[in-house]
Ligand binder design. Structure first.
Ligand code: GDP
Length: 173
């Protein structure tokens, strides 16, 4: 096979507490849609999107979790072979912010050291914000994570997150 025929595919897991916007983020990025209807994800599934990084075609497979962490078999399938991770919390949910570190540990336990980014989602909800930019920034520094602030609703900064992870992955090849 010639080198240009080799496809680069990256499995990305999107993790964080329920309702922080994980499914919405994946739908937004892969399908270009946003809905306010809260619909719990059933089972494990992924959507994909092809992008270009440094003239390389990269296929991103974004895995969504149903939060059915009690089912070990599902958890294992979800994390298996993941090369990158998005740690998401919501700016209007302090518990989701406090849970970031344990999500990071969980991913590291399952996947080892993989590329990660920290995302503060729902930044459009300015008046209801319960997590400041500064404290989120401090957490990112402490955990040595690239930090993004997104609004999936307003399609703000979402693609930057995935572009960053894809680039980090390519750079280490
Ligand atoms: P998940 O459980 O983490 O997958 O969260 P969902 O993607 O189901 O989102 C939970 C709720 O938050 C839904 O009602 C979404 O429409 C809403 N949501 C997601 N992202 C945003 C955002 O950036 N801004 C606002 N205002 N709502 C959002």
């Amino acid at each position: 096979m010639k080198e240009e025929d080799v496809e680069i595919a990256i499995k990305v897991v999107v993790v964080g507490n329920g309702a922080v916007g994980k499914s919405s983020m994946i739908q937004r990025y892969c399908k270009g849609i946003f809905t306010n209807d809260y619909k719990k994800t059933i089972g494990v599934d992924f959507l994909e999107r092809q992008i270009e990084v440094d003239c390389e075609d990269v296929r991103l497979m974004l895995w969504d979790t149903a939060g059915q962490e009690e089912f070990d078999a599902i958890t294992k399938a979800y994390y298996r072979g993941a090369q990158a991770c998005v740690l998401v919390f919501s700016t209007v949910d302090r518990d989701s912010f406090k849970a970031v570190e344990s999500w990071k540990s969980k991913v590291e336990n399952e996947c080892g050291t993989i590329h990660m980014a920290l995302v503060q989602n729902k930044i459009d909800l300015v008046d209801e914000a319960l997590v400041t930019r500064e404290e989120a920034d401090d957490l990112a520094k402490r955990l040595r994570l690239r930090f993004y602030r997104t609004s999936v609703k307003e399609d703000c900064n979402v693609s930057d997150v995935f572009q960053y992870l894809a680039r980090k992955y390519i750079d280490q090849l």
